[in-house]
Each structure stands twice: as C-alpha cells, then as structure tokens.
Design a binder for this molecule. Structure first.
Ligand SMILES: Nc1ncnc2c1ncn2[C@@H]1O[C@H](COP(=O)(O)OP(=O)(O)OP(=O)(O)O)[C@@H](O)[C@H]1O
Length: 249
C-alpha cells in the first residue's frame, strides 16, 4: 500500500433501514494534506466521518488507517491510534476552566498505572502539554476562565485545542466554522493551516470560499456518493458539482 495514504475508505456504505446514506465511497487521504469533504445538506458528510472514526458501523466496506483495518474498532481505540475528531457542536465542559478542558484531553491518551509518583508525573506532563497547546492556539490568557464564560469563537478554538492535546497524526474537523462571525473565520483558518504543518487534516465545511482557499484536495459528496474529487480549481469547474449545489438533482 502507498504509505503516503494515511486514511482510506474502500467501498464504504451505510444504510439506515431502507435509506442508503453512504453508497460505495472510495476515498484516499494523503499524509500532510488538508483534504475537505463538501456537499449539499444531507449529502452524508457527517455520516462518513462517523464511519471513519468508529462512531457508526459500516454496512459494508472497509476503513484503513495507517495501513491497519480499523473498520470494526470502537472510537476510543481509533483515537488512541492517533486520529482525533472535533464535532459540529462544541464539546467543551462548560464548568471546567480552559486549561482543565485541554488537560483532561491530554490525560486521556496517557496509559493508566496505579502508582502515585507516576500519576503525579503524568499530571504534570499533561499540565505542561495543555499550556503549550493553549499558547499555540492563542488562548493562554484565558487559561483560568470557566469555559461557560468564553465567547463562542473562543470555544470553537478551544475545541481544536482539545483535539490537539492528544497529539494526533490526523484530525477530522466537522464544520469548525459553523456559527462563527466572519471576524473569527481568519483565526480558525490560520489554526487549521498551522495544524497541517504537523498532521493531516480532514475538514467538512459549508463555507466554499474558505474550503477552496485552504484545501489541497476536495472530495464532493452528493446523496452518499462521491461525485467529484480533485484540487479546488478542478472541483469548482466540475459541472456535476455546480449542478449538485444549484439544486439540479
Ligand atoms: N442515525 C440516523 N438514522 C437515520 N437517518 C440518518 C441518521 N443519521 C443521518 N441520517 C440521514 O442521513 C442523511 C445524511 O446525513 P448527514 O448528517 O451525514 O449529512 P451531512 O452531509 O453531514 O448534512 P449537513 O451538511 O446538513 O450536516 C440525511 O438524510 C440524514 O437524515
């Protein structure tokens, strides 16, 4: 297998009863890319993310990550293999501080040993990691604030920090810009571009201008099928894509 392919879907399908939501999807995500998945509402983007990360069981087909078949693994095992995920809905704990939210995430990837000294050392490592992540995402100043008091834009940035704290090799971001003011877009896009220096990024977003400006590769889903794939220019100029977006189907 091509070791530049970090994540692959092979003939992936999912149906809910009679409704076929993902239909024979083949996808190859290359190491270090920002690879976006776009498509009209209900195209199956989030379902595809759920299949890739073990949150849903495929009806048929396989998911291969770093050369290993992860199709039947539960999400926590997929996460331990270095695949992180953010959700459409912000996933911070509102009653914890900014620092605590990131630290909990950093701790979640550590092995557990019931040894007091070891636990103390690991806690310190997680604290240091959390502070480094907060500095890199520009939230260090808000370190001790309760998350419920953060602005919505800061919460979305923190979501990304939470996924970074696990030191993933691949991160899947589901609509990280959803609900953000235009003023916060630039901040998030900068973060996504920074992330891509050290990991592979798979992105779902509805903001076509932003997706086309940050992505190396775009896959277009419509009614559960891949209808186009290529560079932003290739995809933009594809008549099938224009038709899907203009409601021609
Ligand atoms: N658990 C489920 N049971 C039944 N149908 C589902 C389930 N989850 C999703 N669907 C259906 O699958 C289709 C695809 O949904 P999905 O959320 O994956 O699309 P999407 O492309 O992410 O949409 P959006 O852009 O609106 O977020 C929709 O018709 C949805 O109603």
């Amino acid at each position: 297998m091509d070791d530049q392919v970090v994540l692959e879907a092979r003939g992936l399908s999912k149906n809910f009863g009679a409704l076929q939501v993902i239909n024979d999807v083949n996808l190859q995500v290359r190491r270090g890319a920002i690879h976006s998945i776009i498509g009209p509402n209900g195209a199956g983007k989030t379902t595809l993310f759920n299949l890739l990360t073990g949150f849903l069981k495929a009806s048929s087909g396989r998911v291969i990550y770093q050369g290993k078949d992860i199709t039947d693994l539960p999400p926590f095992k997929v996460a331990r293999m270095g695949m992180a995920r953010s959700f459409q809905i912000t996933s911070v704990f509102p009653e914890l501080t900014v620092h605590e939210n990131v630290r909990v995430s950093a701790q979640a990837t550590q092995a557990h040993h019931y040894n007091f000294m070891m636990n103390y050392k690991r806690l310190k490592q997680a604290e240091t990691k959390a502070d480094a992540v907060l500095a890199s995402i520009g939230l260090y100043e808000q370190r001790d604030q309760l998350c419920k008091n953060l602005s919505y834009g800061d919460r979305r940035v923190l979501d990304i920090g939470i996924s970074q704290a696990t030191e993933p090799q691949l991160v899947l971001l589901d609509e990280p810009l959803a609900g953000l003011q235009a003023a916060d877009h630039e901040r998030l896009v900068g973060l996504i571009e920074d992330m891509a220096h050290s990991m592979t990024v798979v992105l779902i977003d509805h903001n076509i201008d932003i997706v086309t400006s940050v992505s190396h590769v775009i896959t277009v889903l419509n009614q559960g099928q891949v209808i186009a794939e290529g560079t932003p220019e290739e995809v933009k100029g594809n008549p099938k894509v224009q038709e899907a977006y203009l409601g021609g189907v």
